[in-house]
Design a protein around this ligand. Sequence first.
Ligand code: THU
Length: 137
Amino acid sequence: MKRTDKRGLVRAAARARQKAVAPYSKFQVGAAILTRSGRIIPGANVESASYGLTCCAERVALFNALISGKKNFVAIAVVARAPGGPMPCGACRQLLAEYAPHAAVWVADSRNLNVIREFAVGDLLPGAFLAVPGDSD
Ligand code: THU
């Protein structure tokens, strides 16, 4: 993948971040997923007064992509005002392991989009639970 593609996806995540609905934490996060066919699908975090119902930017982007009929994901970029960029939480790692197992994760601090750290979904959640085991009774 060309370097500009990586930068482009990070920029898309930074744009999506502007749509964050984070009145409680004020921590705005943007994400953007790149499909195999080259489509970019955005997400941003959405918080609830019942804090635990909050949905992270990564999952909003992933759900957005899935309900758009997309199945093959090359990468997800995540941007927030955080040193080194925001690392996906455990819940997002689980969903990414299930639906985007081969994707790269690119994270960047919104204050410097040129510094991009890269991870593999498979490395972020080793031994992920992937399917309900068959009923053997
Ligand atoms: N958040 C994300 O959207 N993605 C992350 O990777 C980390 C955390 C959100 C959830 C909540 O709205 C806010 O950031 C503070 O935790």
